[in-house]
Design a protein around this ligand. Structure first.
Ligand code: HEC
Length: 202
């Protein structure tokens, strides 16, 4: 039996064998004399196709049945944002400039003052290198904004240190609120007034 005959036997009804090339042609696919071959698909192509089907099934199960997080862009995005927020360095929060009067803020303020500020302003606020906080004379003004600015940026040429990097805003506000409570108290050895006599705004 020749190859020709063998092929013809397989699909007698649907195919014809080209007499010149021995190629299998689809019988009723002839368009203006152009014939269509009926070749088997190459195995690599078929396997790729089966794999895509298997992949699609797994994907659909993951999406609709098992609810895999990594298949949802939104879930993944939220997860990464949460992660980033957790690991990001704490941003300096802006505080509302308002004199704090609650006991715990004033206690914190005193702790900061006693640790850092008293070296120059003295424990009782009487003043040493830095000015007296118990009188009504102020060099840079006695409004909260002005005090906050002095503590934040310092007055380096006069020896007042900027605390921008050392004390976060809340802590600055606490220590200033504490300084405000020193006004009118009697220090052991008050430093002579410096600056202008100002009305007390609090
Ligand atoms: C190394 C010394 C030093 C330390 C420490 C220091 N200060 Fe001062 N501070 C000064 C001097 C000096 C001045 C006066 C600046 C000037 O003459 O302009 C001053 C001024 C100030 C003023 C403005 C007073 C005014 O009359 O306008 C405030 C408010 C103040 N300091 C708060 C603080 C606080 C709060 C701390 C602690 C966190 C602190 N200082 C720590 C030396 C210091």
């Amino acid at each position: 039996m020749s190859i020709n005959e063998e092929k013809t036997n397989i699909n007698q009804n649907d195919h014809e064998i080209d007499t010149l090339t021995n190629d299998r042609l689809i019988k009723d696919h002839s368009y203006d004399g152009i014939r269509e071959l009926d070749n088997d698909l190459p195995p690599w192509w078929k396997w790729l196709f089966y794999i895509t089907i298997i992949f699609a099934i797994i994907y659909m199960l993951g999406l609709w049945v098992f609810d895999w997080d990594s298949l949802y862009q939104e879930k993944e995005y939220n997860k990464e944002v949460a992660e980033a927020v957790k690991t990001a360095p704490k941003q300096q929060v802006q505080v509302e400039l308002k004199v704090l009067t609650d006991a715990s803020s004033l206690e914190n303020g005193k702790a900061t003052y006693d640790k850092i500020c008293q070296v120059c302003h003295l424990l009782d606020g009487g003043g040493l290198v830095g000015p007296n906080f118990t009188d009504d004379y102020w060099i840079h003004g006695n409004s909260l904004e002005k005090m906050f600015a002095v503590v934040e940026n310092g007055v380096i040429e006069k020896g007042m240190i900027p605390y921008k990097d050392q004390l976060p805003p809340t802590q600055r506000l606490e220590v200033i609120s504490y300084i405000i409570t020193l006004r009118g108290t009697i220090p052991a050895s008050p430093k002579a007034p410096q600056g202008e006599l100002l009305d007390w705004p609090y």
